[in-house]
Design a protein around this ligand. Structure first.
Ligand code: TYC
Length: 102
């Protein structure tokens, strides 16, 4: 938007203020059938966790019912959810992965 000053000069306003993108948590949900080892491998492959961190997150999900894998911009979170679900279904496991605004 432009602002006209008294002396006739027109200043362009610097830029529209940009909001930072909304961030989304990606969560794994517990179930009774997906093998622990499969969940650990998912956390390593799709969320760049080392084996130790992946095991801790998997055990938290197993104990508490859900656990956080990471926080990402919307499109990246959504892609990770789709990749995890596709991988789990191909392997025949009912693992659930969801995203929610952080
Ligand atoms: N509860 C599963 C079992 O005992 C392990 C598991 C952990 C499954 C985390 C899903 O997101 C999950 N085999």
């Amino acid at each position: 938007m432009a602002t006209k000053h008294e002396n006739g000069t027109v200043l362009e306003r610097e830029k529209q203020q940009l909001k930072p993108p909304s961030m989304y948590q990606v969560l794994l949900l517990n179930d009774d059938y997906t093998p622990m080892e499969f969940v650990v491998a998912i956390l390593q492959e799709y969320f760049s966790k080392d084996r130790e961190a992946a095991t801790q997150i998997m055990l938290k999900v197993h104990r508490d019912g859900k656990g956080m894998c990471g926080i990402y911009p919307k499109d990246i979170a959504s892609t990770k959810v789709e990749l995890v679900l596709t991988h789990a279904r191909k392997a025949g496991h009912p693992l659930q992965c969801v995203m929610e605004e952080a």
